[in-house]
Design a protein around this ligand. Structure first.
Ligand code: 5GP
Length: 190
């Protein structure tokens, strides 16, 4: 998606060869024009998949997921991060390793919001090792719902997430695929 790639090139900051900072338009300051365009791409791509709900992981996925939910006229479910010692009733929980913070946390979903009839599209900002996406897939499957696909804004294609999620039988649709962040340079795959 050209608009997103241009924005990444103009405002993205290479922190090191693994981490790209995009907090000027995705997760600290949010650019609604980019979010609206991203949502239209996701809505068009996934329009015939019988999707009933959008899901994301707090907090960086919320902006693009909410715009996508609005565009598709569907509810948004936000998977919550909880410290691992907290045990609530009526929740599905699964453990995730955090990419940026090098810690683990429990991802949780209330049993009230996804049922076995749902076809759920997961939207997130980044796909790196695929830990967050795999946790989201596990939660949806614990509800006996169907995972309809994964849409991400930025895929770091040099990391294993894409193959891991597709290996789980889930379609991955990435709007910008990064081949490398080496030498302080952002290089796209296509
Ligand atoms: P994964 O679980 O796929 O390894 O990582 C997914 C999550 O880690 C994303 O939702 C995102 O919040 C965070 N993340 C992974 N790589 C990056 C990165 O290069 N930059 C930023 N800002 N976040 C990242």
């Amino acid at each position: 998606m050209k608009l997103l790639k241009d924005k990444i090139l103009s405002e993205g900051k290479v922190v090191n060869e693994h981490i790209l900072k995009v907090d000027s338009f995705i997760n600290h300051q949010v650019d609604p024009v980019i979010m609206d365009a991203v949502a239209k791409e996701f809505a068009e791509h996934f329009k015939n998949k019988g999707i009933t709900k959008i899901a994301t992981i707090e907090s960086s996925g919320i902006a693009p997921a909410l715009f996508t939910a609005k565009e598709m006229g569907l509810p948004l479910i936000i998977f919550k991060k909880q410290p691992s010692q907290i045990l609530y009733h009526n929740l599905y929980q699964t453990m995730i390793g955090s990419y940026t913070k090098e810690t683990s946390y429990e991802l949780t979903l209330s049993k009230d919001y996804i049922t076995s009839d749902d076809h759920v599209l997961i939207i997130d900002d980044f796909l790196a090792n695929g830990e967050a996406a795999s946790g989201a897939i596990r939660l949806i499957r614990m509800s006996y719902a169907t995972v309809a696909g994964l849409g991400v804004l930025i895929e770091k294609s040099f990391e294993p997430g894409h193959d891991k999620v597709e290996g789980n039988g889930i379609e991955v649709f990435s709007l910008a695929r990064i081949k490398s962040l080496s030498n302080d340079t952002i290089e796209f795959l296509d």
